[in-house]
Design a protein around this ligand. Sequence first.
Ligand code: GTP
Ligand code: NAG
Ligand code: NAG
Ligand code: MG
Length: 240
Amino acid sequence: MAPKDKYTVILPTYNERRNLPIIIWLLNHTFTENDLDYEIIVVDDASPDGTLEVAEQMQKLYNPKHILLRPRPGKLGLGTAYVHGLKSATGNFVIIMDADFSHHPKFLPAMIATQNRTRCDIVTGTRYAGDGGVYGWDLKRKLVSRGANLVADTVLRPGVSDLTGSFRLYKKSVLEKVMGETESKGYTFQMELMTRAVGMGYRVEECPISFVDRVYGESKLGGEEIVEYLKGVLSLWLKV
Ligand SMILES: Nc1nc2c(ncn2[C@@H]2O[C@H](COP(=O)(O)OP(=O)(O)OP(=O)(O)O)[C@@H](O)[C@H]2O)c(=O)[nH]1
Ligand SMILES: *[C@@H]1O[C@H](CO)[C@@H](O)[C@H](O)[C@H]1NC(C)=O
Ligand SMILES: *[C@@H]1O[C@H](CO)[C@@H](O)[C@H](O)[C@H]1NC(C)=O
Ligand SMILES: [Mg+2]
């Protein structure tokens, strides 16, 4: 008999002390109710709000085999946080999501079922297909997000509708191979990852999700991020 599937969730955190307990509660609930084996790897980058202390409390509350802490000494960025977390992953599947509720755990059963049904390598949550959508954003942010996707899609042509989203499920072996090839460090990491995965011939399925704005904390999207993003798309286009 094949060994039971296990799902590793990598949660990068920076100033998420208010969101973390709820997201972990929901994840435990979702996996346990569906009789799925799981672990959550929290990669906190020395958040000044004390996120790590909250994560330590969570580890005591849940079985420590379910909550792994892999903190780093400073804010080293999202891309490397995923790489760092992945090193400790013991599941055969890895889920990457934000810890601020933009990615709701309630979509996981559908994403897992999609993988199980299609046997694909990656399931990506998409805001731009089926019942997907975005909530809590003002028009500017919606336009920026749509525009970002449109630019990336036009330039890179990966054939995946939500390229900049980062709520995804991967076969661990696939994620390891694709991450090994990925050079971006910041916001373009997810986009490069997906573009490369498609280029490497991996099979991607999509699952509609609705995306809500972060519940607690400040949004950091500004003009600087947009410029960085455009530079990222351009350099990807030259590289891949
Ligand atoms: N470990 C780590 N986590 C980070 C870092 N930057 C962001 N995060 C976390 O990564 C996830 C996504 O980051 P967000 O800041 O929410 O990015 P965003 O959704 O584009 O922007 P917001 O509008 O602020 O929500 C969240 O769980 C953050 O706490 C970082 O440098 N290191
Ligand atoms: C995890 O979820 C299950 C199912 O909902 C629940 O019975 C259990 O008490 C939860 N664990 C904790 C520590 O809350
Ligand atoms: C995957 O599908 C098989 C066959 O339908 C089923 O027995 C199994 O429980 C499913 N696993 C998950 C994780 O959904
Ligand atoms: Mg967010």
